[in-house]
Design a binder for this molecule. Structure first.
Ligand SMILES: O=C(O)CCC(=O)C(=O)O
Length: 232
């Protein structure tokens, strides 16, 4: 399955963009191209993600190319990933975001809020101010001691950054003359279960029963520490 979404209205994350603003998103390109599958299965990326997840097995939930074109590249609203994925539990996924161009403040790099992955689900309350800084609509719902301080996630072409599926993140416009391309792979640790909601578009592609580990051709294993040990 290859979906190409031209987000020139309301994006997946509910951010409103004008007609001239664009983010090109290609989802599950690993299914269309072995090169991209090999990227998702890269041993170094997978080993590092597996360590962060404290797991011995990783499956692909999905990948995602994000292209913010020069000048007209639109924003990706502040969000948490897992609230968009309620059918996979628990919320233990980690994403590997690889820059295909230098990502800087000027060309719309991601911003993140350190520590926010420990604060629970605040998706419904996340918005931003006129400078694209994150704002919580009901700050009294935050755990005590939580400080909303966003930091830019500037990285060089070819570098990788990892983020937890509950981390608050977003990226503003690309007003620069430079492209901002990246590929993110969202990895499920081996214990990730399918918990249907009856409303999620991916449910039609899932073959396991509710409560079972989410396996299947659409969610290939890209890392298995035990198999690696046996084959060496
Ligand atoms: O590339 C971006 O600006 C957003 C990507 C994102 O939200 C993600 O990888 O989870």
């Amino acid at each position: 399955m290859l979906n190409r979404n031209l987000l020139d209205g309301n994006s997946e994350y509910g951010m409103s963009m004008s007609k001239r603003e664009t983010v090109v998103q290609i989802v599950n390109i690993w299914m269309a191209s072995d090169v991209f599958f090999q990227h998702a299965a890269n041993p170094k990326l997978c080993e590092e993600v597996a360590q962060l997840c404290r797991t011995d097995t990783l499956r692909i939930w999905h990948d995602q190319i994000q292209y913010k074109p020069p000048v007209t590249g639109g924003p990706t609203a502040w969000h948490q990933d897992h609230p968009a994925w309620p059918i996979i539990q628990p919320a233990d996924l980690v994403s590997a975001w690889v820059a295909l161009d230098d990502a800087t403040i000027e060309n719309g790099c991601m911003w993140m809020v350190p520590g926010s992955h420990k604060w629970g689900n605040h998706q419904a309350d996340l918005t931003s101010d006129e400078n694209f800084m994150p704002v919580h609509k009901r700050p009294e719902r935050l755990p005590s001691g939580a400080v909303i301080k966003a930091v830019p996630f500037e990285i060089k072409k070819g570098q990788v950054g990892y983020h937890h599926c509950m981390t608050w993140h977003g990226s503003p416009h690309n007003r620069s003359a430079r492209k901002r391309r990246a590929i993110a792979v969202h990895y499920m640790p081996g214990h990730t279960r399918f918990e249907p909601t009856g409303r999620h578009p991916m449910e039609a592609h899932i073959e396991v029963k509710p409560g079972e580990i989410l396996t299947g051709a659409g969610f290939p294993v890209v890392y298995n520490r035990n198999l690696e040990v046996r084959s060496s």
